[in-house]
Design a protein around this ligand. Structure first.
Ligand code: DC
Length: 209
């Protein structure tokens, strides 16, 4: 079984996807981390993430063992990720890795932006997880403050908007729900309620699960 979990930043996809993987005994891949690793590698080498040559070279050299690095969670890596993610050759270079991961038994939950539309269009279940910009900003702000980082609400909101726009407006694999995706709005749901709603959707699609 493959479960695709797509949606914008800070909608709650990561927590939800990880819990679904544990619940259904599946592997889990946070595909945002792959783009973050590429963006971060470009920054490390003194390059510019929007430079197609530098970004594509970094994507071809992706080392999956780097995906655990805490630096990838930083806002700098997030911003670089959304820039490299707009480059078609970068996306093409990362596609194979994601599909091979998804194909490994017993199946997987992948979260990202284009899992249901491009990476795994035949996924048994596709969830599109959203929340209002307001709620997502609050969540990201809390996350940053909990990590001990200084953060200003207005700045977090502007960064989030800029990233939404880049992810949604790009010509290749933009952030859009797959036609057969089930929408899950977590604006008024906490993590447990979102998980319960997702399990109900998956169980409907797959009664044996
Ligand atoms: O989910 P995240 O915030 O870690 O993702 C970082 C960036 O990577 C995000 O701005 C868009 C991009 N991304 C993508 O284009 N496709 C994916 N499948 C996952 C992430």
């Amino acid at each position: 079984m493959i479960i695709a979990v797509d949606g914008p930043a800070a909608a709650g996809k990561g927590t939800l996807a990880r819990r679904l993987a544990a619940r259904f005994g599946l592997n889990y891949l946070d595909t945002g981390l792959i783009y973050r690793a590429v963006g971060w590698a470009v920054l490390q080498s003194g390059g510019v993430p929007a430079d197609p040559q530098a970004a594509t070279a970094a994507a071809r050299r992706l080392d999956p063992s780097l995906l655990d690095r805490p630096e990838l969670r930083d806002e700098a890596a997030a911003a670089a990720a959304s820039q490299v993610a707009a480059i078609p050759a970068v996306r093409a270079a990362l596609l194979d890795f994601q599909r091979r991961f998804a194909a490994q038994p017993p199946g997987a939950v992948l979260d990202g932006r284009d899992i249901g539309t491009v990476v795994c269009p035949a996924a048994e279940v596709k969830l599109f997880v959203t929340a209002s910009l307001e709620k997502r900003t609050e969540r990201r702000l809390k996350e940053l403050l909990d990590k001990g980082e200084s953060a200003i609400r207005e700045r977090v909101l502007e960064d989030m908007k800029a990233r939404d726009e880049r992810d949604s407006a790009r010509s290749v694999a933009p952030l859009v729900p797959a036609e057969d995706a089930v929408l899950l709005d977590t604006s008024e749901l906490d993590a447990d309620a979102a998980f319960a709603a997702a399990v109900a959707i998956i169980s409907q699609r797959r009664p044996a699960g």
